[in-house]
Design a protein. Structure first.
Lengths: 415, 476
């Protein structure tokens, strides 16, 4: 505004720049200016896009991740695979004699090295001992820390404290050593220690003095058993574990693979899946996934339709721009390209922002409902992007097809 | 004048009104379907969780200790107390009997199995005997309580038990199909338990030939592992305690029963010599996840709290009622099944609730976007009204009245469509109906009206504020 030559100079410059600039520059300018001039409408279209993309991302993320999350919950049902020493049907009879076919001592370590640290393996050794008044009772040696982790449903009044080494050396009948702590099933307690007093058990002439640490209640066979620490149990009875209960995490195929690996690692053992647990899990999981799938489809469809409606309104609203461009001599192809590029840009930006928000929403749902974050799946992004752009393109092309038949003059007259 | 304006607006702009109406219908339909599914999913999943088997067990009150390892009981068979089989139908007389999906009695008996006279003939000693456990139970037994007839047994309570029949006995020896535990009737908890029995009983006629022995026969099921060891097949006969029994099928459970023989209850009672005796009863019941109230001891409750506890289908209160119904019994929850049900149920319900919120949000946005577009398109009309002297209030009133009408009709049609959708989802996923509570209808309509109003409000405000001169000139 200050001096004439400056304006002239700059005007010439601008003209020069425009003359030499490639065709796309004008195109890009039109795109940007169109969005800037109708900020409100563009923003509402973009908002619809973002919401749709976010909802779609969150639903897809959840759908992919929910299976893993629910599987985790299902592991609280306990073991889904059981490893027993071969010819295991004789265990009960053999247990009284103390000569049960047992698993190799390093079976648990072998299992853990074969399946990785996520697998929980709990050894169990069984023996039938006699109480001081001559009743038979099943005594089980196990690893309390692992059993506690595997069997969440065990209702235990007090878990035995970790064993102190000195006590092991102390021997069974040594008077100064405090009695070993045992977990007593609620029905067994009524027989051996109704007042929770220390009691004696005899196995093949060897007596052990035990103090009930806590009561165990499960409503199943465990109620009439007494649980001891494995090392304590072994030094008393010389019986090593005959059964290992495993909780393998994963899909049925992964579990089958695990079983195959175990069969190779432990040739002397019989490995079988617990059908009750596996089938129940598969059943509930499939139903939940199917419901989630149906809901996700509904939600994504609704939001896609919402975007479609908003965008069609937006493009339709701009029939004046369309008419002016055509009146100024723009080719049909150029006009189509212009609207398509506009829609695609909207789709890409919407998908990007929506994806980020969607991941946040999925993570929040994971935290609130499963107390574990949903891992963001970037593999979902291409689908969200493709879907967003596709919806935007449809929304742009549909009204253009309708407008093409109308003369620009009629639109410009405002009819 | 006001009703005429609204009426004419609907009459003349049918296409636009239809579009907005469709958007509302769609949004409301999705919302209805999702709310219906989310409110009913607990029930449905609860039923699916019954595939985990029984969650309650009834034992005699003065029972001796079980000396059991790996499914083999070392307790002398006649030792301990028994329940009376005649008392079992009383389970159907308890307060929550509609929630009891099924029950199966168990009577394990130690038997001697003569092995060497089979077709394999591995030894010359013809009297070599093998100790195995035979379990007597109901497979699919018809019982009556009062006037009510029902069927129950392991085919309902232990759905993972599979029986392989011999070749030729049912369509080339295919696996016997599992009985479906979910109902086909109305999906309400109260009705559906009764329908389970109604639904499975017609099947019993044609599938019982597929390996499952009938409850009044002398046929037995042989555990898979035992069968492999003995090299026995369906149709072979089995020598149990010097009595011949026919194997009707090979049982596979993935559990201790694989090494046992499973027979009709009457057979086990006859071997034991105690007619009417039952060692324990497994009960499969639909329960409510435990909460603060369920954990309390019924003895310390005030009468009101006790009534509330008694009338809630907690696993503890059902156990308490079973104990009342069957004399000299002790009922307890099987914690492995009962305790975990609650967590799984809560997680799935929570998930569906959150997804429903997302669905509600998406449909609310769809409706408000449609309304905003519809109003924006009518700037010229608003300009004309204002130019003719209409106040902002009058113009807004017309638009809000239209939105109200649209929301109302869209809400009704959306509710119907959503109900159908929910029905379809229930049908295809859970093969049972999803019940729609009538109380949902006013709630849905209220939500539809609210969302439509909220969606239109911003657009109406903007449209009303616009200078009529510009809108009439067509410069928006």
């Amino acid at each position: 505004m200050s001096t004439g030559p400056a304006i002239l100079h700059s005007a010439r410059e601008v003209a020069e720049r425009r003359a030499h600039s490639p065709h796309t520059s004008m195109f890009a300018r039109m795109l940007v200016r169109a969005a800037m001039l109708r900020r409100g409408r563009a923003a509402s279209a973009l908002l619809a896009m973002i919401v749709a993309a976010a909802v779609a991302t969150a639903m897809m993320n959840l759908y992919v991740d929910v299976q893993a999350k629910l599987r985790n919950e299902f592991r609280s049902y306990g073991a889904n695979v059981i490893v027993v020493a071969k010819s295991g049907e004789a265990t009960a009879q053999a247990a009284t004699a103390g000569s049960a076919p047992s698993l190799p001592q390093d079976a648990v370590t072998k299992i853990e090295s074969a399946l990785g640290p996520q697998t929980l393996a709990v050894p169990f050794a069984y023996a039938v001992a006699r109480t001081s008044d001559g009743q038979s009772i099943v005594v089980v040696g196990t690893d309390f820390a692992r059993a506690r982790e595997l069997n969440h449903w065990w209702k235990v009044s007090h878990w035995p404290a970790p064993q102190i080494d000195a006590r092991l050396v102390g021997g069974d009948n040594a008077a100064p050593a405090p009695p070993a702590e045992a977990l007593v099933g609620i029905r067994a307690a009524a027989v051996v220690a109704p007042k929770r007093e220390p009691f004696d058990l005899t196995f093949q002439g060897k007596t052990i003095h035990l103090a009930p640490a806590g009561l165990l209640q499960t409503g199943a066979a465990e109620d009439s058993r007494i649980y001891l620490d494995q090392t304590e149990f072994q030094s008393w009875t010389d019986v090593s574990p005959t059964t290992i209960e495993l909780a393998i995490n994963g899909s049925p195929e992964e579990i089958q693979q695990g079983i195959n690996k175990l069969a190779a690692a432990l040739p002397g053992a019989d490995i079988r899946p617990v059908r009750q647990i596996m089938e129940g899990e598969a059943n509930v999981l499939n139903k939940t996934r199917a419901t989630l799938y149906a809901s996700a489809t509904l939600v994504v469809l609704t939001s896609a339709l919402c975007v479609l409606a908003t965008l069609i309104g937006w493009v339709f609203d701009r029939r004046r721009d369309f008419a002016i461009m055509k009146a100024l001599g723009a080719s049909e192809r150029l006009v189509n390209l212009f609207f398509a590029a506009e829609a695609a840009a909207l789709g890409v930006i919407g998908a990007l922002i929506g994806f980020l928000i969607g991941i946040g929403v999925a993570a929040w749902i994971g935290r609130v409902n499963f107390h574990a974050p949903v891992v963001p799946r970037f593999s979902v992004f291409p689908y969200v992007l493709a879907g967003s752009v596709a919806v935007a393109l449809i929304a742009a092309v549909l009204p253009i097809g309708l407008l093409r038949r109308v003369q620009p003059a009629i639109i410009l007259r405002g009819e | 004048m006001f009703p005429r304006l609204v009426y004419e607006s609907f009459r003349r702009q049918t296409r636009r009104k239809l579009l907005a109406g469709v958007a509302i219908t769609l949004g409301v339909a999705v919302a209805t379907a999702m709310i219906a599914v989310a409110t009913d999913i607990g029930d449905k999943i609860n039923r699916e969780l019954r595939t985990y088997g029984a969650n309650l067990v009834i034992t005699p009150q003065e029972d001796t200790l079980d000396v059991e390892i790996g499914g083999v009981n070392l307790k002398p068979p006649s030792d301990g107390a028994f329940l009376n089989e005649a008392d079992l139908p009383k389970i159907r007389g308890t307060f929550w009997h509609h929630n009891i999906v099924g029950f199966s009695p168990m009577l394990p008996v130690a038997v001697k199995l003569r092995t060497s006279d089979g077709d394999k003939n591995k030894g010359d000693k013809s009297d070599s005997a093998k100790d195995v456990t035979l379990v007597g139970t109901y497979f699919n037994k018809k019982l009556t309580f009062g006037k009510e007839e029902f069927t129950t047994g392991v085919r309902i309570t232990h759905p993972w038990w599979k029986v392989e029949a011999g070749e030729g006995s049912c369509g080339g020896g295919r696996l016997a199909s599992l009985p479906r535990t979910e109902s086909r009737g109305p999906g309400r908890v109260e009705d559906s338990a009764a329908n389970v029995n109604a639904a499975t009983s017609p099947e019993s006629g044609d599938t019982s030939s597929c390996g499952w022995p009938s409850d009044d026969s002398q046929n037995v099921l042989l555990g898979e592992r035992l069968a492999a060891k003995l090299d026995k097949h369906p149709g072979d006969s089995l020598d149990i305690n010097n009595q011949q029994f026919q194997i009707s099928g090979i049982l596979s459970t993935g559990n201790v029963e694989d090494n046992q023989i499973v027979a009709p209850l009457a057979v086990a009672q006859q071997i034991l010599g105690k007619p009417g005796a039952v060692r324990r009863v497994f009960v499969s019941a639909l329960t409510k996840p435990p909460d603060a109230l369920s954990a309390r001891d019924p003895k310390t409750m005030t009468p009101e709290v006790y009534d509330r506890w008694y009338c809630s289908p907690y696993v503890d209160s059902i156990a308490y009622q079973l104990q009342e119904a069957i004399p000299h019994s002790h009922a307890e929850q099987i914690r492995q099944v009962a305790q975990n049900e609650g967590t799984v149920l809560t997680r799935i319900k929570g998930l569906m609730l959150l997804v429903t919120l997302a669905a509600l949000l998406a449909s609310a946005l769809a409706v408000s976007a449609a309304m905003a577009t519809a109003i924006f398109e009518r700037r010229v009309e608003i300009g004309l009204m204002k130019a003719l002297g209409a106040g902002n209030l009058a113009v807004s009133a017309i638009f809000f009245a239209e939105a109200l009408l649209l929301a109302f009709f869209g809400g009704i049609s959306g509710f119907i469509a959503g109900s159908l959708l929910a029905h379809q989802i229930g049908r295809s996923i859970f093969s049972s109906q999803i019940s729609i509570q009538p109380v949902l209808f006013p709630i849905i309509i209220a939500i539809a009206v609210f969302v439509t109003f909220a969606g239109s409000a911003a657009a109406i405000r903007r449209a009303v504020k616009f200078d009529p001169v510009f809108s009439l000139r067509g410069q928006a």
